[in-house]
Ligand binder design. Structure first.
Ligand SMILES: [Zn+2]
Length: 65
């Protein structure tokens, strides 16, 4: 299986790691659900205006670009 997302995340403002995964908002397709189980993405659920961080770090920090 190829990776769906090749973008290198920006460094985490909390721990400075570049290991974050992208947070995908909205209805999750079967492929997206599988990718989240594999740790490639994080599912953000229903988008909320003004509160949509793009990255989830393994340390738990969610942040924008
Ligand atoms: Zn972090």
């Amino acid at each position: 299986m190829t990776r769906l997302f090749e973008d290198t995340p920006p460094p985490c403002p909390s721990c400075n790691e570049r290991a974050a995964r992208p947070i995908i908002y909205g209805d999750a397709s079967a492929e997206m659900t599988l990718a989240s189980r594999l740790g490639q993405i994080a599912l953000g659920g229903v988008p909320q205006e003004g509160n949509m961080p793009q990255w989830l770090c393994p340390c738990g920090m969610r942040y924008e670009d």
